[in-house]
Design a protein. Structure first.
Length: 500
């Protein structure tokens, strides 16, 4: 087993990984950028090292600096978390070349599965159902013919892409050449590789993924599925396990296919096989995520397996301690991603100081958080502040608990996605489990602004009406002398307070 793990990440996932390490008696080393000098993960670790300026390319993506710190501090392994370098085959290789253990898959598996065309080819050869489409990257002329064979609408995808980057849906054949050119440009810019391929569009698809654990001795098991269809611009917002539409029989079939898929790719460690599921419950391989995922806790809550601890065991060469028949799912788990975004303002990022913070707790509630009262949320990084995960005996119970926990979750000083999650939990379509990846396209936050602003507006209106009717003092616009420079909201709230 290891002595010390360096966590090459930040925020909630860095702390989550440190918790597993600490419970395994392992020392932990954190790394931090300028903007994260006072971050919670820095306080939590046994030791912490500055790795550079706030810009990710100069800190959390700086491979040499991270490996240098790992060697200097005596770490014998590096856990990459998710995002940043977690799916970078070159980084994984450099970690191994430095004589350290990379807590994740082998570099060649990352490389193979990171090339979506190679991945599709590997899956076809393994008899894994893939979305109908081209077997290789296509040239412009070839693409026109291929699209006719596949049938419109088609999805143009970047071989080096994933997560929706460089993807375009084309319904009109006349639009295809332009869409291909745009996809190639975007792919070249983002990945340095403009290979594109085509797939038939799976309409009204659900995004359902299967968690895999594979050791280095050929043992592979799955831990059931996660429903991840509630996405906004390819960002998952709410995840749950099990899926409302997957039956035990379908779960077994998807699990077997997922195990076959990762075996075919020579995969080791934790990974996730993503599927698209059409309205007839046919499922198609989409891609493999070669990393620990944000939403892994919902699987942990229903199976009782600590996935990060299993990653540590696998990386230290241990044989899986679970056989497939040992894995039982019990109850229902839902995760809400609490982000520093304003859902009333098109999810505009909202940085700033956290003035007040109160975390939910109580039966069946888990919070993975990277924030504290007084912390300055910067906009250098992903807006994820915390994950709220709940467990219930049933889906309805989990939804009720999520609503209760969201009500307890108080963050002031910045806008957050909490009101968005409250509204989703209240929606009949979500409660009924009848949704697909288009759910949020037709979802709105309702008429006015945030409940807070609506309350103050109502109060101000009542105050104004009341005072007008009695000829008594009225609220003055700020800066008019009598208004003592206060905003109308503040005056209304103050007057409201006086009248209590
Ligand atoms: C698709 C698809 C439908 N048909 N491919 C989205 C990102 C990446 N995981 C692949 N994704 C999709 N690929 C075919 N052939 C639907 C998705 C998809 C999606 C597409 C648009 C908007 C939101 C989406 C959420 C999940 C999956």
């Amino acid at each position: 087993m290891f002595r010390k793990i360096l966590i090459a990440n930040r925020g909630e996932i860095a702390i989550r990984i440190m918790r597993a390490c600490e419970e395994r008696g392992l020392a932990t080393a954190a790394v931090f950028s300028d903007a994260d000098r006072t971050a919670l993960h820095v306080r939590y670790a046994s030791e912490a090292y500055h790795i550079g300026p706030s810009k990710p390319s100069e800190s959390y993506l700086n491979m040499d600096r991270i490996i240098e710190v790992a060697k200097k501090c005596g770490a014998d392994a590096i856990h990459p978390g998710y995002g940043f370098l977690s799916e970078n085959a070159e980084f994984a290789q450099r970690v191994l070349d430095a004589g350290l253990t990379f807590i994740g898959p082998p570099p060649e598996a990352i490389r193979l599965l990171g090339d979506k065309v190679q991945a599709r080819r590997t899956m076809m050869a393994a008899g894994v159902p893939v979305v109908p489409g081209t077997e290789a990257g296509v040239g412009d002329a070839e693409a026109i013919d291929a699209a006719k064979d596949i049938g419109f609408p088609v999805m143009v995808k970047a071989a080096a892409g994933g997560g929706g980057k460089g993807m375009r849906l084309v319904s009109d054949p006349k639009e295809l050449p332009r869409a291909i050119a745009a996809a190639r440009r975007e792919a070249m810019g983002a990945f340095g590789d403009d290979t594109i391929y085509l797939e038939k569009v799976i309409p009204n698809a659900r995004h359902i993924e299967v968690q895999i654990l594979a050791d280095s001795h050929g043992n592979v098991i799955h831990l059931g599925e996660r429903e991840c269809s509630i996405q906004r611009r390819h960002q998952k917002m709410i995840e749950e396990s099990p899926s409302p539409v997957v039956t035990p029989e379908m779960r077994q079939r998807m699990g077997e296919v997922a195990v076959r898929a990762v075996k075919a790719a020579g995969y080791v460690n934790a990974g996730t096989v993503e599927f698209l599921v059409d309205p007839d419950m046919n499922f198609y391989f989409l891609e493999v995520n070669t990393r620990l995922q944000v939403e892994h806790p919902v699987t942990e809550m229903v199976t009782g397996v600590d996935i990060v601890k299993e990653q540590l065991s696998i990386a230290s060469g241990r044989t899986l301690r679970f056989a497939q028949e040992d894995i039982q799912m019990r109850g229902w788990a839902i995760e809400a991603r609490i982000t520093a975004e304003d859902p009333y303002n098109n999810f505009l990022p909202s940085g700033g100081r956290i003035e007040y913070l109160s975390l939910p707790t109580g039966p069946g509630v888990r919070v993975e958080s990277g924030i504290y009262e007084g912390f300055e949320v910067s906009l250098f990084y992903d807006p994820l502040l915390a994950k709220l995960i709940v467990w219930g005996e049933s889906r309805a119970g989990a939804i009720l608990r999520m609503r209760r926990a969201l009500r307890e979750f108080r963050i002031s000083g910045i806008s957050t996605s909490i009101p968005f999650h409250q509204r989703v939990m209240d929606s009949a379509r979500f409660q009924g489990g009848h949704f697909d990846t288009t759910f949020l396209e037709r979802f709105s936050m309702g008429g006015g602004g945030s409940p807070e602003n609506e309350r103050i507006a109502a109060l101000a209106a009542a105050m104004l009406a009341d005072r007008e009717s009695k000829g008594r003092v009225t609220l003055k616009p700020p800066g008019s002398g009598e208004g003592r420079g206060m905003s109308l909201w503040k005056q209304a709230a103050l007057l409201g307070g006086l009248r209590r």
